[in-house]
Structures are given as structure tokens and as C-alpha cells.
Write a protein that binds this ligand. Structure first.
Ligand SMILES: NC(=O)c1ccc[n+]([C@@H]2O[C@H](COP(=O)([O-])OP(=O)(O)OC[C@H]3O[C@@H](n4cnc5c(N)ncnc54)[C@H](OP(=O)(O)O)[C@@H]3O)[C@@H](O)[C@H]2O)c1
Length: 263
């Protein structure tokens, strides 16, 4: 299916690897021009080069720490300077550390808010004024399945991402009249570096092997496996597409049936 977004411009953040890179790949496959970012320069340059080579699209890469408001706004400006517009924003960032409530002091909470809520706020604030005059836009906030069913030992993620979904739903209402669609995607367990690190930390704590933890997560999905990273991008690309023109204000699970709620 042609998603109808060839030559659109997308800013996909935290995208040198993992889910962000997969979202960027799926958009690149549709002929979308990309702006990608991460803090680490080398992995980012490698990803930019491979996306440009594989899909023949223009890719702008910017090293940027999204927890820094100035850097996040500069990233948006740099993207707009290069491409003269931003049609699509996929707001993604790193994940907060694991732990229970007793493990995190107030600074850890503030850092998690900066990482997962404020980064999304900065990106949306800077991008929306570019979309409104065009009367077309797609914003996807990448959160976690924890917004539908809290994950044991991830209280920071469980708490802060709910705020992002609250913002996304409200923004969908405010921006609908301007032709801008806003949705959230809620991944379950995808075998990225982040999930491997969580499995390792868990194994250190419990004395087991990282693979045992991964097997337990796999068992929580009704498909009895964790997801391959490349299974993430197509959902994001569809939500960013012309074809998704009547989908806004949703938060869509992509979790292999992990969450047990009815909706
Ligand atoms: N994988 C899963 O199963 C899963 C499930 C639910 C939710 N999530 C969430 O989805 C997000 C992405 O996860 P992932 O699995 O793709 O992680 P990942 O494989 O570790 O990739 C994280 C990406 O974000 C970049 N990044 C991290 N912090 C950043 C910052 N402050 N500013 C700019 N870029 C930053 C990293 O590059 P640099 O380190 O170079 O900056 C990297 O490109 C995380 O918030 C994670 O908690 C993941």
C-alpha cells in the first residue's frame, strides 16, 4: 500500500538505534525525508548513512540531548531550515532507569520527567507552529505499554508516560481543527539494546540469566515471544500517513497481546 507521504519531511527523535531508528526506516521506505538525532555522534552518523543509502532519501542528522530545551528547539529549527517544513514529528527519547518507588529520590523523578515528558513538550511546542499554517501534520508520541498496564519495577516509566498520553490526547483535540493528527504508540517488549540492558540489570538483581528474563517477558505476550525491532516501524509510518486521515487521539498498543485491558 502506498501511504501517500512521499517527499513529506519527518523529524524522528532518539533514532540512532532501537525503536526510533525503526520508525525512521519505515518512513524512509515511503520516501519521506528525514531528520534524526541522538546524543552519540558515531552511531547516529552510521544510521543516517545507511538510511540514505538504502532508501535514497535525504537524511539530516543532528547530535542533540533532548532533555536540554535549547538543544531540542535548535534541532527543530535546524530541520526546518534544511527542509523548509516539518510535516511529521515522531517524538521518542531514551528510557528512564528501572526500580521500585523506594529506589528513586526526587532528582531521579525530575530526570525522568525531563527525559520522557519535557523532551516531548519541547519538540511539540517548537514543531506545531510550523504545521498549523500548512493545515497538515502528524504527531506520534512513542510511549510504552506501561500506559495501559503498569510494568513491575518500572515506576518512573509507568508514571511519566501517562502524562505524555494525557498531553497527546489533549493536543489531538486542540489540533484537529488545524488538520494535525496526534496519536501515541505503546510498545511492549521489543528486543532492542534498552530491553537487553533491562534484562541484564534484572538478572544481576535476581541472580538468573538475562535470557531467563527475556523468556519471562516473551511468556507475558499471547504470542509467546518478544517483538523484533523492525515490527515497530510500520505502525508509526501508517499513523503518519495520508491513509490514516481519520485516526487521532488514540494510543495504540503494539505489544503482542501483553496488556490485558479490553481497550
Ligand atoms: N524496546 C522496548 O521494548 C520498549 C518498550 C516500551 C518502551 N520503550 C521506550 O522506547 C524508547 C526507545 O527505546 P529503545 O528500546 O529503542 O532504546 P535504545 O535501543 O536504547 O535506543 C535509544 C535511542 O535513544 C537515543 N537517546 C537516548 N537518550 C537520548 C536523549 N536524552 N536525547 C537524544 N537521544 C537520546 C539513543 O542514542 P544516544 O544514547 O546516543 O543518545 C538511541 O538512539 C525508550 O524510552 C524506551 O524506554 C522501549
Amino acid at each position: 500500500m502506498d501511504l501517500g507521504i512521499k517527499d513529506r519531511v519527518a523529524l524522528v527523535t532518539a533514532s540512532s538505534k532501537g525503536l526510533g531508528r525503526e520508525a525512521a526506516r519505515a518512513l524512509a521506505a515511503e520516501g519521506v525525508k528525514l531528520s534524526i538525532c541522538a546524543r552519540g555522534k558515531d552511531a547516529l552518523a552510521k544510521t543516517a548513512a545507511s538510511l540514505a543509502e538504502e532508501f535514497g532519501v535525504e537524511v539530516l542528522s543532528t547530535t542533540c540531548d533532548l532533555t536540554d530545551e535549547g538543544q531540542a528547539r535548535e534541532l527543530v529549527q535546524r530541520t526546518a531550515d534544511r527542509f523548509e517544513k516539518i510535516d511529521i514529528l515522531v517524538a521518542n527519547c531514551g528510557g528512564p532507569p528501572p526500580g521500585a518507588f523506594v529506589d528513586h529520590d526526587a532528582d531521579r523523578w525530575r530526570s525522568a520527567v525531563d527525559l520522557n515528558l519535557m523532551s516531548a513538550v519541547y519538540l511539540a511546542q517548537a514543531t506545531i507552529p510550523l504545521m498549523i499554517p500548512k493545515r497538515w501534520g502528524r504527531i506520534v508520541f512513542s510511549t510504552s505499554i506501561s500506559v495501559k498496564q503498569p510494568i513491575d519495577g518500572l515506576i518512573l516509566s509507568n508514571s511519566v508516560r501517562a502524562a505524555v498520553v494525557g498531553m497527546a490526547k489533549t493536543l489531538a483535540c486542540e489540533l484537529g481543527p488545524h488538520g494535525i493528527l496526534v496519536n501515541s504508540v505503546c510498545p511492549g517488549y521489543f528486543l532492542t539494546d534498552r530491553v537487553l540492558e533491562l534484562a541484564e540489570k534484572n538478572a544481576q538483581k535476581s541472580g538468573g540469566r538475562p535470557q531467563d528474563q527475556i523468556d519471562r517477558w516473551a511468556g507475558q505476550s499471547v504470542l509467546e515471544r518478544v517483538a523484533r525491532p523492525e515490527e515497530f516501524g510500520p505502525l508509526v509510518a501508517f499513523l503518519c500517513s495520508q491513509k490514516a486521515g481519520y485516526i487521532t487521539g488514540t494510543s495504540i498498543a503494539i505489544d503482542g497481546g501483553f496488556s490485558r485491558g479490553l481497550m
